[in-house]
Design a binder for this molecule. Structure first.
Ligand SMILES: Nc1nc2c(ncn2[C@@H]2O[C@H](COP(=O)(O)OP(=O)(O)O)[C@@H](O)[C@H]2O)c(=O)[nH]1
Ligand SMILES: [Mg+2]
Ligand SMILES: [Zn+2]
Ligand SMILES: [Zn+2]
Length: 396
């Protein structure tokens, strides 16, 4: 009964029966209409100040409820903590919260934008899957703050606001991802709610902001840790000539970021551990691989363009994992590998390039356009770990 769910917007833990409802505020059967007002909780927690129908308690395990004032039926179910409207069927379908973390300027915002764009367009089709924004706000924000900026205007992003500077909020983008799966009753879509958020790298530098992030990270079902090889002292000298190197002043090295996150995940109350290791799957993703392609053999898995398929390709992913491990040796990064081995029960390396090419000196997309390389692999791995997408063969 008391199954705990996590709200995809505020990442607080809630129970299905505690989910509340919001009145549509339309003319009801009794010719009464509930007045629209500003919801102080929504304003405080999510920064939303629009006037909307009143909220009320009812059995949150049901799809709809009748407003006690105007007696009209509503299907708007809301989170009891932050009052955001929950995605359709929330609590009835799988829900996966995907946290993305990494230091400043590792490429998180660019990567998230390209990843979501690819999932909604190309990759979705290959998997017979579809990905749609779960709410209007996500759709609007994704298009205006992310997609248009990069794809239409071809511009890089300014630094993401820190959670502390953003009224102690992290505003996740929430999507519904559906794959067709064969079952006893034929093909049926299987839906998963996906929640993504993009932190400011500085959030991992101070204690205050760490605490906000801890809630998000400790409730995540999967973590994408983005590490920028251009921020590793052992890798910088290997970057392709002409690559603009990010500044290192006040930026944590990838090793330190991993150390902080590891400590945070170990310290959280009620965390899942197996044999002393964190069990949340961790995708360790090296960004900006376009700056290193010139070093790799033609046969390298990191230069391969795998055939699109309808399943997550396990062997290909293991090949990439090994290749990245080799690169880490050349980059003096084996300390990263040791931390991962000692602390994480499930982790996998990835190498991606969101842009496929370094940006121009005036911070624009290169004239060749956006040519994403392997951006969806980490997410598909995380989803395959939890059974939300099918995988090939058997793993090891
Ligand atoms: N070469 C290369 N550079 C990238 C790529 N993605 C991002 N960058 C660079 O990294 C900078 C920071 O990216 P951004 O996503 O804003 O980083 P964030 O601070 O982690 O969100 C961008 O302005 C680009 O200069 C990529 O795929 N390849
Ligand atoms: Mg950013
Ligand atoms: Zn009403
Ligand atoms: Zn909430």
């Amino acid at each position: 009964m008391a199954r705990r769910l996590t709200c995809p917007y505020c990442y607080e833990s809630i129970s299905a029966s505690g989910i509340r409802f919001r009145c549509h505020s339309r003319l009801g059967p009794t010719q009464k209409r509930c007045e629209r007002r500003r919801d102080p909780v929504l304003a405080e927690r999510m920064g939303q100040r629009a006037e909307i129908g009143p909220e009320f308690a009812a059995d949150g395990r049901r799809r709809s409820a009748v407003c006690p004032d105007c007696e009209s039926e509503t299907t708007f179910r809301i989170c009891p903590v932050c009052h955001m409207t929950l995605p359709v069927e929330f609590g009835m379908v799988d829900s996966r919260l995907i946290a993305m973390v990494g230091a400043k300027a590792t490429g998180k915002t660019v990567y998230m934008t390209v990843l979501l764009h690819e999932m909604m367009n190309r990759v979705g089709g290959e998997f017979g899957a579809c990905m749609l924004a779960a709410d209007d706000l996500t759709m609007m924000r994704f298009v205006s703050e992310y997609q248009d900026h990069l794809y239409r205007d071809g511009r890089m992003f300014l630094g993401t606001r820190t959670a502390v500077a953003n009224d102690n909020r992290i505003d996740p983008l929430v999507f519904r991802f559906g794959v067709r799966r064969r079952g006893l009753l034929g093909e049926r879509p299987r839906h998963t709610v996906l929640s993504f958020f993009d932190t400011a790298g500085e959030d991992f530098n101070s204690r205050d902001s760490m605490e906000i992030n801890t809630r998000y990270l400790s409730h995540a079902d999967g973590i994408i840790l983005l590490l920028d090889p251009l921020q590793m002292p052992g890798a910088r000298p290997w970057a392709a000539p002409g690559t603009a190197l990010p500044g290192t002043d006040g930026v944590d090295s990838p090793l330190n970021v991993l150390g902080r996150i590891t400590n945070m995940l170990h310290a959280r109350p009620g965390g899942h551990r197996r044999g002393g290791k964190v069990t949340t799957p961790l995708a360790v993703v090296f960004s900006k691989m376009d700056a290193f392609w010139h070093l790799l053999d033609r046969g390298s898995p990191l230069r391969r363009h795998p055939e699109p398929g309808s399943r997550f390709d396990v062997q290909d992913s293991l090949d990439v994992h090994e290749e990245v491990r080799h690169l880490l040796k050349d980059w003096d990064g084996m300390a990263i590998d040791r931390i991962l081995d000692n602390n994480f029960a499930r982790h996998r390396y990835f190498g991606v390039s969101a842009l496929g090419h370094g940006p121009t000196p005036d911070a624009r997309v290169a004239p060749t356009g956006i040519q994403p390389y392997r951006v969806a692999d980490p997410l598909l791995w995380l989803l395959s770990e939890t059974g939300s997408v099918p995988r090939t063969g058997r793993e090891r």
